[in-house]
Design a protein around this ligand. Structure first.
Ligand code: HEM
Length: 461
């Protein structure tokens, strides 16, 4: 039976009754797509091939270092039972120009954004000119190799093994090093100090069982992240996913200043001041959603995710808040994100080191203005319909999800000329005087679109 990507039930990946095609799918799919792989430390290598056949041999030689989605899920289970550590994650993505260099026609790929490459989508995404991107990203990137693990040492050792396999005709155009940032409670945060990576589409039955909800259903069908791998030996059983990679630098000082400024403008005092930042993000630093609470609740664990905006016109969570712009959660037309299939699997990691304490209340002047940020990575079944739609039609659209929302205060790109309002107090229907939008504090430094092919394809090279 063909793999049913639209299945309305979460995939019971360990069920004895899985059909042969679904089993083959799991045995040939790369990890980190259906479920995030541990990647506290990461090395990300951007490769340019000088010679097609040598590039093919290199990619094929990486397969023994890789694991399948099924092996990864089994490793996670073993770890949860007995803390048995798994192998490092090695993931591969190939760009459109990469496929051409390897000698493959790309007509079989259906995603137009992928077929254009990120550089040619800069106007759609209001990205900075390519000449302003970091050098490595200005070049012709053919492939990305992602190496991740819980600790630094296995990443360093695996990176050496990968580099040793690289032919002389290939160049590493650039490399990123990512390391997880954690707050005092050990929870993963991003550089502005907020818990991140919490709200995700879930595809697997065991994950869905752990996060049931009455207001928000985290289950999404496999069709959100998987497409058949058109160049694999058996596309009906071999699947892959489109990967967007974007280096997003964060000006932490400017964001903290914007939070302070908004708190002053709203007249927030003492324990209420963190409300200002929460109004920009949609959650307090410890993950408490503004839709549910006007103050950070408990210690933020587990981070709450069972909410929608159905009964909140913006008096609790402003319509302009980052998480509301990028996931409107059922507010319109029976759930836009479901109807349109927009939700993607975010798998980013923070980069850059800090000498300050990212989650504390030290003044903005003590914060970095650059050199730190997010390596934004997400798996999609359609880059155009998911990542690009989210950035362009939601984050960069000042009329979404309601007139006067303005750009996404975290990731919005474009002209910030809307006058926005916030609730006067949490839950109040009275609104603040009109405010200028917060300045842009996240800058795109470069990136590329890739396809993460099946292991079967890589073996066939
Ligand atoms: C959620 C920060 C870039 C899409 C979040 C959360 C934070 C955050 C703190 C809340 C945690 C959670 O709900 O998982 C940031 C920062 C970014 C960034 C600092 C850049 C430096 C992006 C980009 C996109 C995006 C580029 C997509 C175009 C999302 C989505 C959610 C989210 C879909 C989940 C919303 C939900 O389901 O409620 N982000 N983000 N983010 N972000 Fe971002």
């Amino acid at each position: 039976m063909a793999v049913n990507l639209a299945n309305g039930e979460a995939l019971a990946w360990d069920s004895g009754s899985l059909d042969a095609d679904t089993k083959a799918m799991l045995d040939n799919l790369q990890p980190n797509i259906l479920q995030g792989h541990v990647r506290e430390h990461m090395a990300v290598l951007f490769v340019h091939f000088g010679d097609g056949p040598e590039g093919r041999r290199f990619l094929r030689s990486l397969v023994p270092l890789m694991k399948s989605a099924r092996e990864h899920l089994e490793e996670v289970r073993a770890f949860n039972k007995a803390k048995t550590p798994g192998k490092p994650y090695v993931g591969v993505g190939i760009s459109k120009v990469g496929y051409l260099k390897l000698g493959h026609a790309t007509t079989a790929f259906t995603d137009n954004a992928f077929k254009s490459g990120l550089k040619r989508r800069k106007d759609t995404l209001s990205d900075p000119p390519v000449s302003g991107w970091e050098k490595a990203y200005q070049g012709e990137i053919h492939a990305v190799v992602l190496i991740g693990d819980a600790t630094e040492e296995p990443v360093a050792a695996t990176r050496e093994r990968v580099l040793a396999l690289l032919p002389e005709s290939a160049d590493v155009l650039g490399e990123e090093k990512a390391n997880g940032l954690r707050n005092a409670q050990g929870r993963g945060i991003e550089h502005f100090g907020y818990i991140d990576g919490r709200s995700q589409p879930l595809f697997l039955a065991d994950q869905v069982a752990e996060e049931s909800g009455t207001n928000w259903t985290p289950f999404f069908p496999l069709s959100h992240v998987l497409v058949s791998d058109p160049l694999a030996p058996a596309p009906a059983r071999h699947f892959g996913s489109y990967l967007v990679f974007r280096k997003l630098e964060q000006n932490v000082r400017a964001f903290r200043q914007a939070e302070e400024h908004l708190a002053d403008n709203l007249g927030l005092k003492g324990a209420d001041r963190p409300l200002a930042g929460a109004m920009l993000v949609g959650r307090f630093r410890n993950g408490t959603p503004l839709r549910l609470h006007g103050r950070p609740s408990s210690d933020g664990h587990p981070v709450q995710n069972d909410f929608s905006y159905r009964d909140d016109p913006g008096s609790k969570c402003p319509v302009s808040a980052h998480i509301r712009k990028v996931n409107p959660r059922d507010t319109r037309d029976g759930g836009l994100e479901r109807v349109l299939g927009v939700m993607m699997a975010r798998r980013g990691q923070t980069y850059g080191t800090r000498t300050d304490v990212p989650w504390d209340d030290a003044p903005p002047e003590t914060r970095p203005t650059g050199g730190v940020g997010l390596l934004f990575m997400a798996f999609n079944s359609s880059l155009q319909g998911q990542f690009e739609f989210t950035q362009q039609s939601w984050a960069d659209n000042s009329g979404f999800p309601a007139e006067g929302a303005g750009l996404d205060p975290v990731i919005g790109q474009g002209r910030r000329d809307t006058k926005v309002t916030f609730p006067k107090a949490w839950g109040s229907d009275r609104t603040s005087p009109l405010q200028a939008e917060v300045p842009q504090t996240v800058t795109m430094k470069g990136g590329e679109y890739f396809f993460a092919p099946s292991l079967a394809f890589l073996r066939s090279l």
